[in-house]
Write a protein that binds this ligand. Structure first.
Ligand SMILES: *[C@@H]1O[C@H](CO)[C@@H](O)[C@H](O)[C@H]1NC(C)=O
Ligand SMILES: *[C@@H]1O[C@H](CO)[C@@H](O)[C@H](O)[C@H]1NC(C)=O
Ligand SMILES: *[C@@H]1O[C@H](CO)[C@@H](O)[C@H](O)[C@H]1NC(C)=O
Length: 338
C-alpha cells in the first residue's frame, strides 16, 4: 500500500530513529539489545491470550503473520518494528509459557491494561510486580549458570519502554465529564512515576516513554460515542474533547519525564511524541475515510471484529494501523525500495 508522507512525519521519524541509536549502543553488552515493555494493546505481542486464554481471532494478524498472534493489529506493532530495527527478535510475552525466549527481554503489555485502579490484572502496577518477580528469578537462575536468562548487567543496560494511558482516558471519558477527566490525570501520571522509580531501583537506566495518541480519532471511540453537534468534531472528524484530554495527559507525562531526568542519576529518559506521529497520519488519510466513513458507519459499530468487515471500513482501519506507515518509512530510511 502506498501512503504519501508529509515532511514533518518523516522528520519526526528520523528524530525517533536517531534517539534509538543514541540510547541503544549502551544496551549491547551481549550481541542483542535487551528490551522490557509495559503497556496495553498498542504493544501487547500475545500476553493477553497467554494470560487469559481468550482468543483474538481474525482479522487480526492477517497481513503479516498470516495468523492471529494475539496482537490487536492486522500486522506488526511499533514495538515489533523497534525490535526489527535493533536487529533483535520480537519480544516474548512474560506470560507465554510455551517456548518463550527471554534472552532479549520480555513484554509485560496486555490488551486493555490501564494504569488505575491498582492491583487489577494486568494493570501497570501488576506488570511492575511481574517484572520484579521476573528480575528476582532471572538473577537467581542466571547466577546458577542459566545463560539463556538475563543477569544484573543486562537489566541495567536494558531499554525500558512504556506505552500506557489510552485505556484510562477512554474509560474516564465514558463515565466522567471533561473537567473530571482532566482532574484524574495527575493520579495516572503519579502511577507511571512510581513504575519508573521501581524500574530505576532495580538498576534500569534507559527509558523510552510513549505518550498517548489522538484518542478522539480512534475508530473505536468514534464508534462508541456520538454527538449530534458538529462542533464536537474537528475538520478530520475526530472528537475534539478526547484529543484535548490526550494532550493534557501528554503535557503532564512530558513534565514527569523532565522531572525524573533531573532526579534519576545516570538515566536516559526519552519522551516519544507518538501523538504527533499519529496525528500526521490523520493528515495523510483521505478525509472521506476519516469523515464520512468514520462518523456514520463507525459510530454504529461497537468493536472492530465481525461487525467491522465492510470493504470501506476495512480500508479505514488499515490506514489507521501503524504497520504500513512504519514499515514503509523504516525501509525507506534503510534505502530499500518499497
Ligand atoms: C526479590 O528479592 C528481594 C531480595 O531477596 C526481596 O526483598 C523481594 O521481596 C523479592 N521480590 C519478589 C517480587 O520476589
Ligand atoms: C454545540 O456545541 C457548542 C459548543 O459546545 C454550543 O455552543 C452549541 O450550543 C451546541 N449546539 C447545539 C445544537 O447543541
Ligand atoms: C552514576 O554513574 C557513576 C559513574 O559510573 C557511578 O559512580 C554512580 O554510582 C552512578 N550512580 C547511580 C545512582 O547510578
Amino acid at each position: 500500500m502506498h501512503i504519501p508522507e508529509t515532511g514533518s512525519s518523516a522528520l519526526r521519524l528520523l528524530a525517533f530513529l536517531a534517539l534509538i541509536n543514541f540510547v541503544v549502543p549502551q544496551c549491547s553488552r551481549k550481541s542483542s539489545p535487551v528490551i522490557f515493555n509495559f503497556g496495553d494493546s498498542n504493544s501487547d505481542t500475545g500476553g493477553f491470550i497467554a494470560g487469559v486464554g481468550l482468543d483474538i481471532g481474525y482479522p487480526y494478524g492477517r497481513t503479516f503473520f498470516r495468523r492471529p498472534t494475539g496482537r490487536a493489529s492486522d500486522g506488526r506493532l511499533v514495538i515489533d518494528f523497534l525490535c526489527e530495527y535493533l536487529g533483535t527478535h520480537y519480544l516474548s510475552p512474560y506470560l507465554d509459557s510455551l517456548e518463550p525466549d527471554f534472552t532479549n527481554g520480555a513484554n509485560f503489555a496486555i490488551v486493555g491494561a490501564t494504569i488505575l485502579p491498582k492491583y487489577v490484572p494486568f494493570n501497570l502496577g501488576i506488570q511492575i510486580l511481574q517484572f520484579k518477580h521476573f528480575y528476582n528469578r532471572s538473577i537467581e537462575l542466571h547466577s546458577r549458570g542459566r545463560m539463556n536468562l538475563l543477569g544484573k548487567d543486562d537489566f541495567k543496560n536494558a531499554l525500558y519502554t512504556l506505552d500506557i494511558g489510552q485505556n484510562d482516558l477512554s474509560g474516564s471519558f465514558g463515565s466522567l465529564s471533561y473537567a473530571q477527566v482532566i482532574e484524574k490525570i495527575p493520579s495516572f501520571i503519579s502511577e507511571i512515576k512510581d513504575a519508573m522509580w521501581a524500574i530505576y531501583e532495580l538498576g534500569g537506566r534507559n527509558f523510552w516513554v510513549h505518550n498517548t495518541g489522538p484518542l478522539g480519532c480512534l475508530p473505536r471511540e468514534l464508534a462508541i460515542r456520538s454527538s449530534g453537534n458538529a462542533s464536537d468534531y474537528d475538520e478530520y472528524g475526530c472528537m475534539k474533547s478526547l484529543n484535548e484530554g490526550a494532550k493534557a495527559f501528554n503535557g503532564k507525562l512530558q513534565a514527569l519525564c523532565g522531572e525524573l531526568r533531573s532526579q534519576m542519576q545516570n538515566s536516559t529518559i526519552v519522551y516519544v511524541d507518538v501523538y504527533s506521529i499519529k496525528a500526521d497520519l490523520r493528515h495523510i488519510i483521505d478525509k472521506r475515510v476519516m469523515g464520512s466513513l468514520a462518523l456514520p458507519t463507525l459510530r454504529n459499530t461497537m468493536s472492530c471484529r465481525s461487525r467491522c468487515r465492510s470493504p470501506r471500513l476495512r480500508q479505514g482501519t488499515e490506514l489507521l494501523l501503524q504497520q504500513p506507515f512504519w514499515g514503509h518509512s523504516l525501509n525507506r530510511l534503510r534505502g530499500k525500495r518499497v
